[in-house]
Write a protein of this length. Structure first.
Ligand code: GLY
Length: 350
């Protein structure tokens, strides 16, 4: 359990704490217990969305709120502008602490707003979706989409804390929950074979209600990410590993609105595993295990548009560097490699 020891701070009963870059404390534990401990003793302004606000208003009702709209279409410069205006209206100043409560969209937008307003306010997150807990809210990336390009504008700024309380995941729809599973499976393929085996044994139908198991799975997935961010915070090397499956996933999201992010990632993981297998990088049995786990989790693995259309969208991904692109290839379950290759070579893999 302790192979990410450099980032594990403590394991206290049912609480898991991971420290990233000595600046960001990620806690997998009870929000009621941890929020009062982690909030600084100064003015707090909450950023959330209208849906979340209905569920968690009692938790933070005493603070001023800024609410944004629901869904990926809210992840825009327009929303950011509305938040800045509301901050000004509320008299937010440099000493104000911004608490974002929500899924990946809320934390991405709020983290960007906080890290740029008045050149940067401190902020923390209560992450309320599985996708947010295992990926989006952790590691300091924030941002908004521009012209349909994902996360085109943003910063690397670590939240002071991220609270991941798995009991908050009970209200998620099956589809939203599954969305997070895709990123969890991704983390397992990148660096945690045992997590992958645990997922193979897991009963997906009851996972949402098995708090103890879910807590361990969430903790392990975050540990994979934390250990990578610890080594490469600004994605100049190993952090690229976290983009496993994402080149095609972003293309899928760009070409079709049928799949949400996690569903697109699942399809991207399947396609890249098959391509790595054809290239001789990944053994057939490992590739089959990846496909079987994704299918068992309920993902559709056929892309929603023709492969030729997806590949056309790849060149415009922000991860492209001139004519080259960094592609993450699985070598085994729990081990991946990053290859820089011309976009044309990537396309030839399909
Ligand atoms: N979601 C990928 C990363 O945070 O680097």
């Amino acid at each position: 359990m302790c192979y990410f020891c450099s980032t594990i701070q403590a394991l206290v009963g049912m609480n898991y704490t991971i420290n990233i870059k000595d600046r960001s404390q990620v806690v997998v534990g009870s929000v009621a217990e941890w929020l009062p401990r982690l909030l600084p003793a100064r003015r707090v302004v909450v950023v959330s969305d209208t849906n979340i606000d209905r569920h968690y208003h009692t938790l933070v009702g005493e603070f001023d709120h800024v609410l944004i709209g629901l869904g990926e279409t809210s992840k825009t410069l327009h929303t950011l502008d509305a938040i800045y205006r509301r901050f000004i209206e509320l008299g937010v100043d440099r000493s104000t602490f911004i608490l974002a409560i929500g899924g990946g969209i809320v934390t991405d937008v709020a983290g960007f707003a906080a890290s740029t307003f008045m050149r940067g306010l401190e902020f923390g997150f209560v992450s309320t979706s599985l996708l947010g807990q295992v990926d989006a809210s952790v590691g300091g990336k924030n941002g908004v989409n521009v012209e349909g390009y994902k996360n085109m504008v943003g910063t690397f700024t670590q939240p002071r804390f991220v609270i991941c309380d798995v009991s908050l995941l009970r209200t998620l729809s099956e589809r939203e929950f599954r969305t997070g599973l895709a990123e969890m499976i991704k983390s397992a393929i990148i660096a945690d074979e045992e997590l992958f085996s645990m997922l193979e044994k897991a009963d997906f139908a009851t996972l949402q209600s098995d708090a103890e198991l879910l807590q361990e799975l969430v903790y392990r997935a975050i540990s994979v990410k934390a250990s990578i961010v610890e080594r490469d915070e600004r994605e100049s090397g190993d952090r690229r590993l976290l983009n496993l499956g994402h080149t095609l996933a972003h293309a899928i999201e760009k070409c079709s609105s049928k799949f949400n992010h996690g569903e697109a990632v699942a399809c991207g993981l399947h396609l890249i595993a098959e391509a790595a297998c054809r290239k001789g990088v990944l053994a057939k049995d490992a590739c089959d295990r990846i496909t079987a786990l994704l299918a068992r989790a309920g993902f559709v693995l056929e892309p929603p548009v023709a492969m030729s259309q997806l590949l056309k969208a790849v060149k415009k991904d922000k991860k492209a560097e001139g004519d080259d692109i960094y592609i993450v290839l699985p070598k085994n379950i729990g081990s991946c490699t990053v290859e820089k290759m011309p976009v044309a070579d990537f396309k030839k893999m399909f």
